[in-house]
Each structure stands twice: as structure tokens, then as C-alpha cells.
Design a protein around this ligand. Structure first.
Ligand SMILES: Nc1ncnc2c1ncn2[C@@H]1O[C@H](COP(=O)(O)OP(=O)(O)OP(=O)(O)O)[C@@H](O)[C@H]1O
Length: 581
């Protein structure tokens, strides 16, 4: 076993911390696990009386009582089995639940940069697979460990109690078998790793050959491909053969050693029985005890892998739990801002990339005005809104809300000042009502919800849903149409009634009727609010108080629609290209 690193010790210590609330249950699990094994050891030990008193001496009373003893033993065994499994299961699942809750809470406070650097799959698998590993290592691995340890101690004790000579043979033969198995499994691992590589070469060459068949045929590459495939397949064949050889050698060795040990056991036993030092019952006990050791010894030797996996899983979870939360050094409380926004000399690059994506951005959105951000894909429009929402710390430059740097505000107060309607509408698998009254508005009255749904042009279709406001929208609103989803998002924003609105218009076209309904709802939402809109619709752009044209992270033109058209610059070109009839 490799030496345990300090960080591994720390992980163990920290994991033990999670046991604390369940410590009595855990102790209970250990005690009942030990009792379970004690019953097994007692049953093995009882074999001596069964053979010597029951069958050799033919003690009638004992023989008739035997089934009763067996029933008592089995009932106790089942009882302890249930109790230890229940206790350890409860501890394991409890720890899993606690870690999951902690991790989920952490995910909610981590900065946007954390999520940028990871795939959704990674985050979900940490939450499910890694947490599961820890839970099962307690509920299954530790449970087995406890039972097996006690069984091993008891069984070895029994062998030595009945005959130290047989115990000695076991102690010489046992480690020898273990050593062979260990060496073989090391070799298996190595070969199977190589085998996997050679197998992936075979698949790689095969799929290349089929995907690139046009190139192969056109360039007459058949013989070249055949050679590559031969090399890959032959390497795989050789590794497979090695695996077969190692397997057969190791099993032959194990059988030979086991056979030798068995011969030794029988020889010594015969001698001991003939000299009266061992009864047939004692011999049966030793033999059964030896046989009963193989399973727990095997389980314990594989336990290390399970525990190491759990430690690795715990380390990856702790690494996330130890990450700093979203920075919030702001101290200024704000009930309701006016909504005056200013960007000052702002240059920004994402943490993962040194290349600036915004350069020297200046603009001022007075309270209640609507500003449209337009520009090609990748020009930096979403980045501006991400920074305004404090998803990333602002580097050189400043963003001001009501004349104060946004970082000075307490984060939770600050975010209450914004409503976001994104083209990627996020609806939760809940009722329409809870999707509208989401977050801080969860207790909104029914009248208020209906009012905003009306303003968002959503009430008409909500009424027609099977359960009205209480209809479940499905995973991310799959039961609703695109336009309906957008109108629910607008109703949600209306209910929040924040002074600043960030609008990321959908690029995908809705049909005319839906478009009109959504547009009217948006007009309602934008009224009397400072609005920054990533604009794709001509109507929004035309109506905006100012349009900012972004190009490679810089504002290259600014003005009203008419002013920009009159300039005959980039905006006019973009407009002509995008909205040509
Ligand atoms: N999380 C991120 N990490 C690293 N780079 C990013 C990240 N998000 C965006 N970028 C990069 O920043 C630049 C600006 O992207 P941004 O999303 O702001 O553009 P956009 O104008 O909103 O584009 P679109 O209209 O396609 O949404 C792009 O080059 C993009 O690759």
C-alpha cells in the first residue's frame, strides 16, 4: 500500500467530521456488525459438538436440540444483519445527504468563472457520482470491513484454539496465495491498461477508415490502411494473449499452493487425530474456519481500492467546498436604486483568456432610458451585461449605479435592482405560478400574479392551460411554446419590478402573432425602467433612446437609429445587411 500522504490524512479527518452527528448510530452499526460475525464464528465452533457429540458419540438429546440451536442462530444472525445494515445505511445516506446539501449550497455561491471552467456534466457527476462514492463506502465498505475483520479474528482464533499446528500451516500458505494473487492482479491491471490502449487503436483505425473512405479510395490508400490496421490488431492480439497466459499461470499457481497447503493440513491433521490431540469435530472446525476466511480476506484486500476511490471523491468535493465564494466586499445597502448606469474606461478579459474582449468602454444610461447594444456575434454585448450584473469582477475601469461603483453595494441588495429576460428563458419544472413568483417574490398574491401575467400578455394562454396557474410547465418549460415561455419570463420580470432591466432578445424568429404579443409585453416591461437590451429586433432598435454599436469589444458608433443611419457608417451597413427586405 502506498504511504498515506498528509493530504489523505486530512481528508480522512475531515470525512470523520461528517460522522459526528451519526456517531452513536455508527457505533451501533459496528457493534451489531461484530455480533453478526460472532454468530458466524459460534456456528463454525458449534460444528465440533455436532460432529463429536452428535455424530461420533450419537448423543440423542443434543442431536434433537440441534435444529433449535440452528434456528436461534439464524434468527440472531438475520437480526444483527438487519441492524448493522440499517445503521450503516442510515449513516452513509445521512452523510451523503449532508455533503450534497453543502455542495449544492456552495454551487449557488460560486462565481461565474467557476461554471465557465467546467462542463455541466462535470458538475452533475460530482454531485451524484462522487457523493455516492463516499456514501456507499460508509454504508457498504465500512460495514463489510467491520464484519469481515471480526470474522477473520474469530476464525483465526478458532483455528489456533483447536490446533496451533494447523494455524501455522494456514499462516504460511495464506500469505503465499495472497502474494501470488497480488502479483497477478498487478500484472492484470498493467496488461488491461495496455489492452485498452490497443483496443482504442483498433477502433480508431477502423473508424478513420470508414469515415475517410472517400479519401482512401481517391488516393488509393487501401494498403496503407491495411498495414495500420494489421499493426493495431496484432498489438491487441499480443496483449490478449499475455492476459490469457497470466491468468492461467496465476490460477495454476494458486491451485498448486492451495493443494500443497491442503495436503499439509490433511497430513498434520491425520497425525494429530491419530495421536488423539485433535478430534474429528476440531478438524472440521479448523477446516470450515479456513474455508470461511477466503471471502472476507478477498473483500478486505479489495477494500483499499473502494476506500481510495472514496478519498479521491472526497478530495475533489472538498476542493470545491474550499473555493472562495463570489466576492462580496460591498457594504452599501440599497432598497431601490434610481437606475442610472455608467460604464467608465472599462477594459475586460475573461479569467480563462488574456485577450481583452472589451476595450475602453464608456457610456452613460440615464435613469429610465433604453439603450440597445448591437453588433456581430462575439463583439462583447453579453459581456457588458455580465459585468453589469457583477458576474465577473471589473478590472481596469468602473461601472457605476446611481453614481456609486457597483462593487460598493451589498451583492444581494445590488442584484435586486435588476430583472433579466434572457433569450435562453430559464423555467423551472414547477407550476406557472411558482415560475412567475420566483425567488424573492415567492409569496406574491394571486391577484398580483394575474395582474403581471395580463400585462405580459400571458394570462390568456395561462387560463387555457389544464390547471391554469397551477399547471406544471415541464423541464425548462417543454410543455409551453417559445413565445409562451418568453411571456412567462416577462411576467416574472414585471413582478420583480426592478429599476433596471436587462434584456437579451431572442434571435430565433417567432411567428408574427407571437412576436407581436411578446413585443407588446416587452414594451410594457420596459416602461419607466432603465433598459439595456441586446437587440436583434428592428422595432426594439428603432425605439431605443440610444444605440451602441460594438465591434471587437469597442463601441465604434453611438446615436439614435436615425442618427446612425445618417452617418452612413458601420451601423448603416449592418442594418442594410440584417434587415434587408
Ligand atoms: N465565459 C467566457 N470565458 C471566456 N471567453 C468568453 C466567455 N464568454 C464569452 N467569451 C468571449 O468573449 C467574446 C465576447 O463574447 P460575448 O458573448 O460578449 O459576445 P456577444 O456579442 O454577446 O455574442 P453573441 O451575439 O453571439 O451572443 C467572444 O470572443 C467570446 O468568445
Amino acid at each position: 500500500m502506498p504511504p498515506i500522504k498528509e493530504s489523505t490524512w486530512k481528508t480522512y479527518k475531515r470525512l470523520f467530521g461528517y460522522l459526528k452527528p451519526y456517531r452513536w448510530m455508527f457505533v451501533g452499526g459496528i457493534i451489531t456488525g461484530a455480533l453478526f460475525s460472532a454468530v458466524d464464528v459460534t456456528i463454525i465452533d458449534g460444528m465440533q459438538r455436532v460432529i463429536d457429540e452428535g455424530f461420533v458419540e450419537q448423543d440423542e438429546r443434543f442431536l434433537y436440540k440441534l435444529p433449535l440451536y440452528l434456528i436461534i442462530a439464524m434468527v440472531l444472525r438475520s437480526l444483527f444483519n438487519f441492524m448493522s445494515e440499517y445503521a450503516m445505511g442510515l449513516v452513509g445516506r445521512g452523510i451523503m445527504h449532508d455533503i450534497r446539501m453543502q455542495l449544492f449550497g456552495k454551487y449557488l455561491t460560486l462565481p461565474a468563472s467557476f461554471f465557465d471552467a467546467r462542463t455541466g456534466g462535470e458538475i452533475v457527476s460530482t454531485m451524484t457520482y462522487n457523493v455516492e462514492r463516499i456514501g456507499t463506502s460508509v454504508s457498504d465498505a465500512i460495514k463489510d470491513l467491520v464484519r469481515d475483520l471480526f470474522l477473520i479474528i474469530g476464525a483465526i482464533g478458532l483455528i489456533f484454539y483447536h490446533s496451533w499446528q494447523l494455524g501455522l500451516i494456514f499462516f504460511i500458505g495464506g500469505p503465499l496465495v495472497a502474494w501470488v494473487l497480488r502479483a497477478a492482479s498487478k500484472r492484470f491491471k498493467e496488461i488491461s491498461r495496455k489492452l485498452q490502449n490497443t483496443m482504442s487503436d483498433v477502433t480508431q483505425v477502423t473508424s478513420e477508415a470508414f469515415q475517410g473512405y472517400r479519401t482512401i479510395k481517391t488516393f488509393s490508400g487501401e494498403s496503407q490502411e491495411t498495414q495500420s490496421f494489421y499493426r493495431a490488431s496484432n498489438a491487441n492480439r499480443r496483449q490478449q494473449l499475455r492476459m490469457v497466459i497470466t491468468k492461467s499461470i496465476s490460477s495454476s499457481l494458486v491451485y498448486s499452493i492451495a493443494g500443497l497447503a491442503l495436503a499439509g493440513v490433511i497430513l498434520v491433521s491425520a497425525d494429530l487425530i491419530l495421536s488423539g490431540k485433535l478430534t474429528p469435530g476440531g478438524f472440521t472446525v479448523c477446516f470450515t474456519a479456513m474455508a470461511s476466511l477466503s471471502k472476507p480476506l478477498k473483500t478486505i484486500s479489495s477494500m483499499n481500492v473502494i476506500i481510495q476511490q472514496a478519498v479521491a471523491a472526497a478530495q475533489s468535493i472538498f476542493a470545491i467546498l474550499d473555493r472562495p465564494d463570489e466576492p462580496d466586499s460591498g457594504t452599501v445597502a440599497v432598497e431601490r436604486a434610481r437606475g442610472d448606469i455608467e460604464f467608465k474606461s472599462l477594459t475586460f478579459n475573461y479569467p480563462s483568456n488574456q485577450q481583452p474582449v472589451l476595450r475602453d468602454i464608456h457610456f452613460h444610461v440615464p435613469q429610465g432610458k433604453s439603450y440597445a447594444l448591437v453588433g456581430k456575434s462575439g463583439s462583447g454585448k453579453s459581456t457588458i451585461t455580465n459585468l453589469l450584473l457583477r458576474f465577473y469582477p471589473v478590472q481596469p475601469g468602473q461601472i457605476l449605479l446611481d453614481g456609486r461603483s457597483i462593487e460598493e453595494y451589498q451583492l444581494s441588495d445590488f442584484r435586486k435592482q435588476f430583472a433579466l429576460v434572457s433569450q435562453h428563458v430559464t423555467l423551472f419544472d414547477d407550476t406557472v405560478r411558482n415560475n412567475i413568483a420566483y425567488g424573492i417574490n415567492i409569496d406574491a398574491s394571486e391577484e398580483r400574479i394575474i395582474e403581471v401575467a395580463r400585462q405580459a400578455n400571458a394570462w390568456e394562454f395561462i387560463q387555457k392551460l389544464p390547471q391554469g396557474l397551477d399547471t406544471i410547465v415541464g423541464d425548462n418549460g417543454t410543455n409551453l411554446s417559445g413565445g409562451q415561455r418568453q411571456r412567462i419570463a416577462i411576467a416574472r420580470a414585471l413582478l420583480k419590478d426592478a429599476p433596471v432591466l436587462i434584456l437579451d432578445e431572442a434571435t430565433s424568429a417567432l411567428d408574427n402573432e407571437s412576436e407581436r404579443l411578446v413585443q407588446n409585453a416587452l414594451d410594457e416591461l420596459m416602461r419607466n425602467r432603465t433598459t439595456i437590451v441586446i437587440a436583434h429586433r428592428l422595432s426594439t432598435i428603432e425605439k431605443a433612446d440610444q444605440i451602441l454599436l460594438l465591434h471587437e469589444g469597442q463601441i465604434i458608433e453611438q446615436g439614435t437609429h436615425q442618427e446612425l443611419l445618417a452617418m452612413q457608417g458601420e451601423y448603416a451597413k449592418l442594418h442594410a445587411n440584417q434587415f434587408r427586405d
